[in-house]
Design a protein around this ligand. Structure first.
Ligand code: FES
Length: 77
């Protein structure tokens, strides 16, 4: 059985794309592939999650991160 992995959801709706979710997604991807976090997380791209005014949006551990930045995401891992 594969090891348990936590999910990280990243919104790929149009407003979040305008707010830079692609760049954030690649930064988070590099972070979770680092030696420290390898194999612990799975990134999922989602459609709009209805928090468009707070883009870019990331959900980790059932917590919604509004106007997400890499530094905030790092603290939540
Ligand atoms: S586009 Fe991301 S929450 Fe709507």
């Amino acid at each position: 059985m594969p090891p348990y992995r936590k999910f990280i959801f990243i919104c790929y709706g149009s407003d979040c794309k305008k707010a830079g979710c692609k760049k954030l997604q690649s930064e988070i991807k590099h972070l979770v592939q680092s030696h420290e976090h390898k194999g612990k997380y799975k990134l999922i791209k989602t459609k709009c999650m209805d928090f468009c005014k707070s883009a870019p949006l990331v959900v980790i551990n059932n917590e919604v991160l509004k106007r997400a930045e890499l530094s905030v995401v790092k603290k939540k891992l």
